[in-house]
Write a protein that binds this ligand. Structure first.
Ligand code: A3D
Length: 313
C-alpha cells in the first residue's frame, strides 16, 4: 500500500511540531507548505526532521515548499496558516488578517487537493473553518476544526494535576466555540469511571473550568510572543490519525451542524466520530437546560465572527 500524503499548510510553530509527530507516528509522507518568503524555513525544518528519522527509525519522506502543485494527491490537509495571538489580543482580533489567508489557502486546496480530509487550526477557529468550507464548498464530512480536543486535553490535564492521578484515566469533553465562552462539562467527566462530581468540590471544579477557558491566554502571556503550539499540534494530529487509520475516535471538534443541538449552519465544538469517512457522526449528548444555555451563549459569540466572515467572502 502506498504511503498516505499529509499536507501541512503553515510551517510555523505548530506546523513544525505537526511534521515531527507525523514522522514519529509514521502516518505517511509529509509536505509542509508556507509562503514564498518562508520557503527556506520549511525546507530547513523538514530536512532537519528527515535527518532525525534514522535515529528514531521512522520511514517518512518530508519536504518543504511554497508551490501548491506539490500538495496534489493529499489525503489530509491541516491548515495553521495565519497569525497567532500576541499578549493582549483576543482570537477574534486575528479575523481581519486570517480570513484573507484562509481564503487564499482554501482556493488552492480546492484546486489542488479536492479529495483531502481538511482540518483547520487557524484562529478564530470556528469562523475560520466556516470560511474555509464556504470557499471550497467541500462536503461537510471532509472539513472540520481542531479546538475541542485541545480544550478537553487542558481540562483533563488540570483535573489529573489536582487529583494527582493519571491523565489517561480522566475522560471528559469540552464543547462550544474555541474562546472564553467554551463549555467544559464536568457532569460528563469521569476519573477511572467515577463521576468527577463525586471526587472534587464544586469550587475546585469551577476553578478548573475557568482555567480551561483561559488556558490559551495563560500560555500566550507566559510565552510573551506567539501562542501554544505543542498541544495544538498533538491535538490536530490525533484527528489526522483517526481519519488515516479509520480509528473512529470520539473527539470534540468543530463540526458543521445542521440541526444537531438545535443549531443550523454553523461550526461549533461538539463530540464527533472521525474515521475513514471523515466526520462520520455527530454525537448528540442530552444536555441539561443550564448546559444548553451556556452552549447558546458560545454560539452567539461564534455567530458574531461568522457574520463578519460572511460580509467579507
Ligand atoms: P506561526 O508560528 O506564526 O505560523 C504560522 C505560519 O503560517 C507562518 O509560518 C506563516 O508564514 C504561515 N502563513 C502565513 N500566511 C500564509 C499563507 N497565505 N499561506 C501559507 N502559509 C502562511 O503560528 P502558529 O503555528 O503558532 O499558529 C498558527 C495558527 O494557529 C494561528 O492562527 C493561531 O492562532 C492558531 N492556533 C489555534 C489553536 C486552536 O486551538 C484552534 C491553538 C493555537 C494556535
Amino acid at each position: 500500500m502506498a504511503r498516505k500524503k499529509i499536507v501541512l499548510i503553515g510551517g510555523g510553530q505548530i506546523g513544525g511540531i505537526q511534521a515531527l509527530l507525523c514522522a514519529q507516528k509514521q502516518l505517511g509522507d509529509v509536505v509542509v507548505l508556507d509562503i514564498p518568503d518562508a520557503e527556506g524555513m520549511v525546507k530547513g525544518k523538514t530536512l532537519d526532521i528527515a535527518e532525525s528519522t534514522a535515529i528514531g527509525g521512522y520511514d517518512c519522506n518530508l519536504s518543504g515548499t511554497s508551490n501548491y502543485a506539490d500538495i496534489a494527491g493529499a489525503d489530509v490537509v491541516i491548515v495553521t496558516a495565519g497569525l497567532p495571538r500576541k499578549p493582549g489580543m483576543t482570537r477574534d482580533d486575528l479575523l481581519d488578517v486570517n480570513v484573507k489567508i484562509i481564503t487564499n489557502v482554501a482556493q488552492n486546496v480546492k484546486k489542488y487537493a479536492p479529495g483531502a480530509f481538511c482540518v483547520i487550526v487557524t484562529n478564530p477557529l470556528d469562523s475560520m473553518v466556516y470560511a474555509f468550507r464556504k470557499v471550497t464548498g467541500f462536503p461537510k464530512n471532509m472539513v472540520c476544526g481542531m479546538a475541542g480536543i485541545l480544550d478537553t486535553s487542558r481540562f483533563r490535564s488540570f483535573i489529573a494535576m489536582e487529583l494527582n492521578v493519571s491523565v489517561v484515566d480522566v475522560a471528559a469533553t469540552v464543547m462550544g466555540g474555541h474562546g472564553p465562552t467554551m463549555v467544559p462539562l464536568p457532569r460528563l467527566c469521569t476519573v477511572g469511571g467515577i463521576p468527577l462530581i463525586e471526587l472534587m468540590s464544586q469550587e475546585k471544579i469551577d476553578a478548573i473550568s475557568k482555567r480551561t477557558r483561559e488556558a490559551g491566554t495563560e500560555i500566550v502571556k507566559l510565552l510573551g510572543n506567539g501562542s501554544a503550539f505543542f498541544s495544538p499540534a498533538a491535538s490536530s494530529i490525533v484527528m489526522a490519525e483517526s481519519f488515516l487509520l479509520d480509528k473512529k475516535r470520539v473527539l470534540a471538534c468543530a463540526a458543521y451542524l445542521e440541526g444537531e443541538y438545535g443549531i443550523n449552519g454553523y461550526y461549533l465544538g461538539v463530540p464527533i466520530v472521525i474515521g475513514a469517512g471523515g466526520v462520520e457522526k455527530i454525537v448528540e449528548v442530552k444536555l441539561t437546560d443550564d448546559e444548553k444555555a451556556l452552549l447558546n451563549v458560545s454560539l452567539d459569540a461564534v455567530k458574531v465572527a461568522v457574520k463578519d466572515v460572511d460580509s467579507r467572502i
